[in-house]
Design a protein. Structure first.
Length: 162
């Protein structure tokens, strides 16, 4: 059997041609439950410890409430489409500001979603933890303040029926 050679980090590896093709065709690490189109429904906060009055006041004045109102009224539509090949499409339509879209690649490691745009920039949702990706719901979260403060902002998405 003929073998192909691959030089990787100074190490010479011998792989059968079929193995080499399989490695090149493997998409980045994706979750099967994540694949599909998701529409943002709500922003929320999850405090995993008691908060003082100043912290509650700060959360109260966060723009999440205004964003939730726009989502409910249909003035803001944000969709994330994750494909099995490791690519994504983010589209945002906002009544006041028009529409925008972004494409790139994504992967998942240790329940954390990472993404880079087609221009090789870090995507806005990169680094968010997948708190839930089951059935009709996807919840992404990230620390609102420092991680040790145990207050997380959550983005709640619902699967779009195709």
């Amino acid at each position: 059997m003929r073998r192909s050679t691959l030089l990787l980090s100074g190490l010479l590896l011998l792989l059968p041609p079929v193995q080499l093709l399989a490695q090149q065709a493997t998409p980045p690490s994706v979750l099967k439950n994540l694949v599909g189109t998701w529409q943002l429904q709500q922003l929320a906060f999850d405090a995993r410890r008691p908060l003082n009055d100043a912290q509650i006041e700060q959360l109260f004045h966060d723009p999440a409430g205004d964003i939730n109102q726009e989502l409910k009224q249909g003035k803001l539509i944000q969709q994330l489409t994750f494909r099995p090949d490791g690519s994504y499409l983010l589209s945002i339509k906002q009544a006041a500001q028009g529409a925008m879209s972004e494409r790139g690649t994504y992967w998942v490691r240790n329940d954390t979603l990472y993404a880079r745009t087609a221009n090789d920039q870090i995507a806005a949702f990169s680094g968010e933890v997948i708190a839930r990706a089951k059935g009709q719901w996807l919840i992404l979260e990230f620390p609102f303040w420092k991680p040790q403060d145990q207050v997380f902002e959550q983005e709640k998405y619902q699967r779009v029926k195709q």
